[in-house]
Design a protein around this ligand. Sequence first.
Ligand code: SPD
Length: 425
Amino acid sequence: MSALGNHILVEFMGCSPEIMNDVSAIERDMVGAAQKAGATVINSTFHHFNPYGVSGVVVIQESHLAIHTWPEYGYAAVDLFTCGEMDAWISFDFLKDCFQAKNYSALEMKRGSVNLLTRNDFDISTMRQKADEWVNPGMYTRNVWFTDKDENQALSLKYTGEVFHDVQSPFQRVRILESPKYGKLLTLDDMFMTTENDEFHYHEMISHPAMMAHGNVKNVLVIGGGDGGTVREILKHEGVEKVTMVEIDGEVIEACKKHLPSIAAAFDDPRLELIVGDGIEYVKQAAAGAYDLLVVDGSDPVGPAEGLFSVEFYQNCYNALNENGILIAQGESPKFNENAFAELNATLRGLFGEDKAPVSLFYVPTYPTGMWSFQYGIKGNINMKSFADQAAADAFVDAKGLRYYNTELHTASFALPNFVKDLLK
Ligand code: SPD
């Protein structure tokens, strides 16, 4: 029986749940399955669902490949619809291996049996002409999104589908992806950490306000900050004599050195001592009064960074600072994780004093809600809104070509909206 198309309805069972929930791997494998069978890929669009599951379609010149996954059952429902000479069983075999399917079944149907259809008499030459007028982009486009979310809100960035690095370290899943808008980006588990094109917002604001308010920082401890952006900014200050950086996950450092060299730009500075180890333990053992500045550049309070939000950790930070020392910590968002934001401030107020725990706000387009904070603990009498030497700070901004920080913004970043003040009460 002659037919227009061939449709294979596939059940893949006993698949790897991790793969079934991995939108980037599934997109890569579905496109790979099409290409392996010699298809011409026109477009792919894939979506990851909350809390889990992936759906997607690869449109090919020869029809389409589609998938819906249920990671909790290790199950994928796959459609392989082809026409012409393409052998969809090649795609089937390829996907079976990619998904590590233990069981599978397939139902093959012919679509459009020619002896059941009646050909009409439309003018095929006009149709051809119309088709020629349509401008094909000439390459296949991908529509793949990475989403950083909690149960109520999300921020999604389109990425190109390229995965430069994807390693499960002992602590977290470390990935480097590429976004058309923000360049290469680092994700840890399912959260955005930094991107090539907006990293300066975060790294300039975690470093320069404290440096400029203090004016004489020589000895710095950085906990976390594995991408290297924070130490890069701190080491721009010539008065800094020593920076010790303690990052728990060596995989983050290696991934960023390889794929994000503009961020991981200062790891060779002789003033930097880089330790791959547990920052929480390091601070516990640190000599009392050792540091002028202690920077906590951690990720969100889940996984390896959870301990970076504890009272005990900040008590040890307090002890490690000298009498004029400043603590600065990644403070979460008052619009995304309000509890972590408010609790951290309560911890810092409890340790440093009610009026010694200022909060600054800044804007990061690639963090959920865009509004993010740094939180301070001031041991001496430094006023975070002002400068040891404002003219020197202005000159530094010009000389280093800073793109986010300036002295007006420094002061303004400590002005808080009323709803944020209320959260901190
Ligand atoms: N949700 C993102 C929280 C910020 C984590 N730190 C970013 C590291 C940049 N050096």
